[in-house]
Each structure stands twice: as structure tokens, then as C-alpha cells.
Design a protein around this ligand. Sequence first.
Ligand code: UDP
Length: 342
Amino acid sequence: MARFLNSTPPSGLERVTRRRLFLACLALSGLIYFLRGRRAGIKSTLSQAEAGGNLREMGQEEESAYFLNETSWRAPVVWGDSDASERRREEQSYRTFKTGLVAFVVGRYSQHLLRFLVSAERHFLLGESVVYYILTDNLRAVPDLELPEGRVLRPVHVGEMPEWRRLSRVRMSILAEVIRDRIQREVEYVFCMDVDQEFVNPVGTEILGDLVATLHPEFCGMPLYTFPYEKAEVSQALVEEGEGDFYYTSELYGGLCAEVYAMAVTCSHLILQDAEAGFHALHYEESYVNRYLINRRPTCVLSPEYSWWDSPRTLEVPVQRVVSVGRQCAALEPQKRADRRC
Ligand code: UDP
């Protein structure tokens, strides 16, 4: 520094060192400017994503930065390890409530039940009161599990539904009926899940809300026009161009009994109307659930951490909490299915 203050011209070696120093500073400030610009880009793309903007066009690196915390209508988007989820769990810890977990187990799906229940006992709302409602055509397929205090297994006989297409037509009306006649008297919250899923990490009270839906891991962060909403004009599940916010999975949804009941009743009416017209939506209940959730937006949106499976199209998540064994198997090439015990 003293050198700069006195006017003696620098030697040749000093000039080279100073030039190098200057170039290094220039490169460093360029790098900082570039990185700040990218961060701003990611931030603005996050708000675009709320309006159905495309995140995946940004490339793999930015895609992993997808961490939307709130929807445009101010519903939380739940990531289990976030500070907001920590706060939600803390708030819920002062309340006492019961939660029902409903799963249909008809025909060969009984093979998934034990894994589903055992994994739920390891990870689902630990320390809380939970009633498992297993809606089944075969009561003997329900294992006799010894559960801790406050956790109960309630098999409910729903009659025989030999064929999947038929089951998909009546599942929502059966769900509405069981909530009305039984579940709403016994618990405050009810969640519905496909039984061919496994809990692999904690799912706590951060998931509670009036009406809860889960982002589909293959369409999270994708543009609106790619969502597989029902497009047939004849269908009651039709979603017109430009409508919609997110694409939700039917693997997990829930909320207060009254809200889930209202959704199940509405969807079952839409399914019935379509059936009368000889039509059934492409993605079964998922199409009707998505139609419903456009009109009545969820108050709590679970990130794909809560419904994840390994496929080239799924978004990477910080923590996988619920894995859909069924959808993962469907996404695998035939030779890999045996390795994963599909
Ligand atoms: N299901 C069932 N028996 C059947 C078909 C379906 O019990 O024959 C129930 C089961 O809980 C299953 C859910 O319905 O997890 C959804 O079915 P599937 O996994 O075939 O649908 P996807 O996940 O492909 O929508």
C-alpha cells in the first residue's frame, strides 16, 4: 500500500503481480454477479411456478432448488424439514385430536396391507391417536396387529368389488358413506391413501389442514399445459384450457371429516353422471379430485415428499416420506420389476 502512496514507478515483476491481482479481482466480482443473478432467476421462477410456470426448463441444477413454500392463495406447501413445518408441529402439540387413515384393500391388494400398516406405525403421526379404517372385501386379510395405546385398527367390510374399473367407480361413494356413518363421529381428521404405499420417513402433524392435497411428483414444477387433466368435453371432470393451479395425486389426500366428505360426495356424483353417459375419466378418481380442487382449492398442499416414486419424471425431493410401491413398479422396465419385488 505504501508503494501506491509514493510515486516511485513499480518494477517489472511488481507490475505483473499487480495485473494478476487485478484480473483475479475482476474474475471474482464477475462470479459473484453471475451467482446473484442466478439466485434472483430462481426466485422469480418460483413465483412463476405458482402460476403454473415451467421450472424444469431451467435444467437439473436449478430444479433441485424447487422449494415453493406457499401457493398464490396462501396455502402452505409442506416440506417436512422446513422451519414452517417445525412451527406447525409445535402449534399442533398443544391440541388433542384423532385422525383416521383410510385405505381400500380389495382383492389382491391385501398383499400390501401388512407393509403399509407396519410402516405407518413407524412413521405416521407418531404419538397421536390414529384409527386405521381398512375398507375391505375380506376381513380375514386384515392382520391382527398389537398397536400401542391410542392407535386402533378398524376393518370395515365393503362388499366384493371384483373388478378394478368398477371399484374406481364406487370408491368415492363408499368413502363418503363410511365418513358419514362412522368416521366423522370418531375422528376430527381423515386421510385417504392407496394401500400400495410405504411410509419411509416421518409424517407428522405438519400435514394437518382443513382440506389437504398432495402434489403429484411427476408434474410438480411442470407447466400447466402438461398436466393430465381430463380433456374430454363429455366428462364432468373436464378441465378447460388455462384452468388449474397444480396437478394433485390421488395417492394421498385428507383434511377435516366434513371437507373430505364434501369432496367424496361431489366426486361420486360427477363419477355417477359420467357413468350414466357411458364415460369414465382417464385417470379415474384422480381426474375428479383434480376437477374438485380447482373449484375448492386445498388449504394445505403437501409437497411430493409425501407421495413419491422413482421414475425418470419425478422431481427430486429433500426427503422421501411416502413411496408409492404401485406407481414405482408401473414406472419400471419389466426386467427391473422382479428386482424390486413388484
Ligand atoms: N384397490 C384395491 N383393489 C383393487 C384395486 C385398487 O384395493 O383391485 C385400492 C388400493 O388401495 C390401491 C388403490 O385402490 O392402492 C388404487 O389402486 P391402484 O394402485 O391400482 O391405482 P393407481 O395407484 O394406479 O391410481
